[in-house]
Write a protein that binds this ligand. Structure first.
Ligand SMILES: Nc1ccn([C@@H]2O[C@H](COP(=O)(O)O)[C@@H](O)[C@H]2O)c(=O)n1
Ligand SMILES: C[C@@]1(CO)OP(=O)(O)OP(=O)(O)OC[C@H]1O
Length: 167
């Protein structure tokens, strides 16, 4: 092995977030405004998908979660686009000398149908992260009427991220 080139190691991270539905709010998922009766409650734009993906990226490289960089209730975070949070997570990976490889995610929502908006979300998320849309996975499922998601009280999101880092 060439001693001047770093030993690259593959890392993975996971993220989870949930937001409650609220009246009078826009529903923003993956930076896309989706027509629906309710939006999600939050201090930011409450983009639960972007929050889960950001935490997956931060977790992969061993950094603290998004609340560390965007403190809950911070006036600077009021109504911010969560695509900004993704941009920050990606820039932190780059500062550490790492390379984001892909992200994958699953939305759990009884309604609305989100898959028709998945391509637009992939483009937004990819632009924020510096990834092509094919490296951004978005899936969706209902919770088969069970639990808080099943009762239509909110939306949950799970995400994973893979990063190559110099050892
Ligand atoms: N909010 C959602 C939930 C589901 N989908 C799509 O429907 C398919 C079937 O979902 P089940 O929970 O009934 O298995 C799922 O695979 C998604 O394609 C959706 O778009 N939005
Ligand atoms: C990004 C932040 C900033 O207030 O957004 P919120 O909309 O409060 O969302 P949440 O996922 O509850 O916590 C993360 C916060 O740090």
């Amino acid at each position: 092995m060439n001693s001047s080139s770093p030993n690259w190691i593959p890392l993975v991270g996971t993220g989870y977030d949930v937001h409650q539905f609220a009246e009078g709010r826009k529903l923003i998922l993956g930076g896309v405004e989706i027509p629906h009766t309710h939006g999600l409650q939050g201090h930011s734009d409450a983009d639960v998908l972007c929050h889960a993906i950001a935490d997956a990226i931060l977790g992969a490289v061993g950094l603290p979660d998004i609340g560390h960089y965007f403190p809950p209730g911070d006036p600077d975070c009021k109504d911010i686009s969560s695509l900004k949070i993704l941009e920050k997570a990606a820039s932190l990976v780059r500062e550490l000398g790492g390379r984001l490889c892909n992200v994958d995610s699953a939305l759990v929502a009884e309604a609305p149908k989100v898959l028709p908006h998945a391509e637009a979300m992939k483009i937004n998320i990819g632009l924020a992260l510096g990834l092509p849309p094919k490296r951004v996975g978005i899936k969706a499922t209902t919770n088969e009427t069970m639990g808080f998601v099943g009762r239509g009280e909110g939306i949950a999101a799970l995400a994973s991220a893979s990063v190559m880092m110099p050892d």
